[in-house]
Design a protein around this ligand. Structure first.
Ligand SMILES: Nc1ncnc2c1ncn2[C@@H]1O[C@H](COP(=O)(O)OP(=O)(O)OP(=O)(O)O)[C@@H](O)[C@H]1O
Ligand SMILES: [Mg+2]
Length: 252
């Protein structure tokens, strides 16, 4: 990670909160309750990069590729055109079969277009499906048992503690090897004080962007940067708007 070099998200109002952009090589979590705009934030980061000479890979475990293309189109972004031009790749990871070598798939996609940016959407679906994936041998699988945690009704969190820390570490560590600057979406449970459903990934990541929305009130979405290593963060909770062109922060 290098604080001297910054990757501009191009999301209006955001970069000025983090000294002009995300440190090159950082792993940044984008968290928030359902429907707050995490996927759009990630798409906008990849789209803006692709338009400005920094290729990007969008790894989706949450939504189907055609749905993402449709969502982008509704915001005025022609993702397919950029994909055809080799500037952007949407990589959908199959979750209906075992033995998927997710990291090999991601690495191939990154190398193919020389990607500098990467989004993985989402950590939650990565964690839930981790035992479906081929995981490098140096990770101890016995520590990683999200299925047990989820099926245990006494657990307050969906999965917690050791397993989840290791799963986050595994993912971020593998993504770091690619040399890309990464956004990883995750989720927060509505009504919970916790930043993420697992309660620990925010400690492992280099940065945390928190998105929030208040139900029933139009145009009441907020964003704050809770953490960005080697960066003087401009603190504060900022309103944002989603419309044609994506997310715009109100910073004045
Ligand atoms: N064209 C548009 N114009 C205005 N708002 C839009 C438009 N498209 C989507 N939205 C808003 O964006 C929100 C969805 O954003 P997004 O899919 O990024 O959320 P998310 O945080 O990823 O959700 P999830 O937790 O379900 O993955 C919707 O709730 C919708 O209100
Ligand atoms: Mg989403």
């Amino acid at each position: 990670m290098d604080g001297d070099e910054r990757v501009k998200t191009g999301i209006k109002g955001f970069d000025q909160l983090v000294e002009g952009g995300i440190p090159v090589g950082a792993n940044v979590l984008v968290t928030g309750t359902p429907g707050t705009g995490k996927t759009i934030f990630g798409m906008q980061y990849i789209y803006n990069g692709a338009k400005n000479g920094e290729n990007g890979v969008y790894v989706t475990l949450d939504e189907k590729k055609p749905d993402l293309i449709g969502q982008a189109k509704a915001l005025g972004w022609d993702i397919e055109k950029l994909e055809k031009a080799g500037k952007l790749t949407i990589l959908e990871i199959p979750l209906d079969k075992a033995g998927v070598n997710i990291f090999e798939m991601i690495e191939k996609a990154v190398k193919k277009i020389g990607a500098k940016r990467l989004v993985l959407d989402s950590l939650v679906n990565f964690a839930v499906n981790v035992d479906q994936f081929v995981i490098p041998l140096n990770y101890k699988m016995s520590d990683i048992d999200p299925v047990y945690k989820i099926s245990n009704p006494n657990q307050k969190l969906m999965y917690e503690g050791k397993s989840e820390r290791r799963i986050t570490y595994l993912l971020l560590n593998e993504l770091s090897k690619l040399g890309t600057t990464n956004l990883i979406t995750t989720a927060a449970k509505p009504g919970s004080d916790l930043l993420t459903v697992d309660g620990v990934s925010e400690f492992v990541a280099d940065g945390v962007v928190h998105m929030h929305s208040v139900e029933g009130e139009e145009d009441f979405n907020t964003l704050n940067v809770l953490k960005m290593r080697i960066t003087k963060v401009k603190r504060g909770v900022y309103n944002f708007h989603i419309g044609n062109g994506g997310i715009t922060l109100k910073t004045d």
